[in-house]
Design a protein around this ligand. Structure first.
Ligand code: BG6
Length: 342
């Protein structure tokens, strides 16, 4: 099921975004009025597991495009963190199942504090969908594998729609930039297909690494957000010890765990920060670690110069990098687990 669901992602993303694109714009006005969005003082994004990781990517994108502050909080922490909420706070609860107990409790807490709640859920009529003020359904279809893949991708696509819509309502984005992000969102399904057609290459690389006992992921900004998901996917299904670090943090202690041949996956797809991440990759190499780079086609040469092997994704706008780069990470985790007989 996991492989089947990985392969279904292009269609799942198309189905999810299609109802919300009207006359060349991301239009969520059926769910949130333009005035409601204009009056927002802050977003909270609350979720668990991979859905939380979607929130971590979404924070970068929402703040970048709409310039509204975003707090991302684990649902199991939200109830106890005394959140600063008023009627102009939108609490976005993300859940594939719509039944995760901590996320459901977060919806109840947010409502009791007077916030407007928006659920991004995959299961119509689920508890979180019923109890939230507003709902956007992801159209991933039933997700049978416990380790989420297509739900993650559809949730991520909805958060990009939300960031575009909020930017439109608040007037924070130039038209050319808006069009660039929207066009790249529409191109995601085809670019996903391109990555999936190369899955044998990822399988070959996974075969070389399946007997590792520790695998680290590093990245900066959205590449860090994505590293969290790559690491969770890997440990959840392969039982390999794995950690994800903001690349600049590696030197503050964790680098001592990197010894000869430790595999470190450097997610370096964000052009602005690629050299910073590569400087951290060099620190790993100085200790004998083995670096796999994940980057875009146009950054291939720069990253290949520093890494031991490389996987690439098609070029895209930075807001959509995670939507593409998550695929090789899912496939890598899947094949590693398969070779380990998990
Ligand atoms: C975990 C799953 O148990 O629940 C994760 O292993 C998932 O894949 C998490 O992200 C949260 O689930 P949901 O349904 O609220 O998105």
């Amino acid at each position: 099921y996991m492989l089947k669901e990985i392969m279904e992602q292009p269609d799942a993303v198309s189905r999810t975004i299609e109802p919300w694109i009207k006359e060349g714009r991301a239009d969520l006005s059926e769910v949130l009025s333009r005035d409601e969005v204009k009056n927002l003082s802050r977003f909270y994004i609350v979720a668990c597991g991979s859905s939380y990781h979607v929130g971590v990517v979404a924070k970068y994108n929402l703040e970048k495009l709409a310039r509204i502050p975003v707090e991302v909080v684990l649902a199991s922490e939200f109830r106890y963190c005394n959140p600063i909420i008023d009627k102009n706070t939108l609490v976005v609860c993300i859940s594939q199942s719509g039944e995760t107990a901590d996320t459901l409790e977060a919806v109840r807490e947010a409502k009791s504090l007077g916030a407007l709640t928006l659920a991004i859920v995959n299961v119509e009529g689920s508890s979180i969908a019923r109890e939230s003020d507003r709902v956007i359904l992801t159209k991933a279809g039933p997700e049978i594998a416990v380790a989420t893949t297509k739900a993650y991708s559809t949730q991520l696509a909805v958060t990009v729609l939300l960031a575009l819509y909020a930017a439109d309502c608040c007037g924070t984005l130039e038209k050319t930039e808006y069009d660039a992000v929207l066009n790249e969102l529409l191109a995601v399904p085809d670019k996903m297909k391109q990555i999936l057609s190369d899955k044998e290459n990822i399988q070959r690389i996974a075969y070389q690494h399946f007997d590792n006992e520790d695998i680290f992921f590093i990245g900066r900004n959205i590449d860090y957000a994505l590293s969290l998901e790559g690491s969770l996917k890997l440990k959840e299904i392969s039982y390999i010890h794995s950690e994800a670090y903001a690349a600049g943090e590696l030197k503050h202690g964790t680098i001592s765990l990197v010894v000869k041949d430790t595999l470190v996956i450097a997610v370096a797809s964000y052009g602005l920060l690629v050299d910073k991440t590569l400087s951290n990759a060099k620190e790993v190499q100085a200790r004998g670690g083995h670096i796999m780079g994940i980057t875009t086609e146009s950054l291939r040469e720069r990253v290949a110069a520093v890494t031991d092997e490389i996987l690439t994704i098609p070029d895209t706008h930075e807001v959509l990098l995670a939507s593409l780069a998550v695929l090789p990470l899912q496939l890598f985790a899947y094949y590693i687990a398969l070779y380990r007989g998990c």
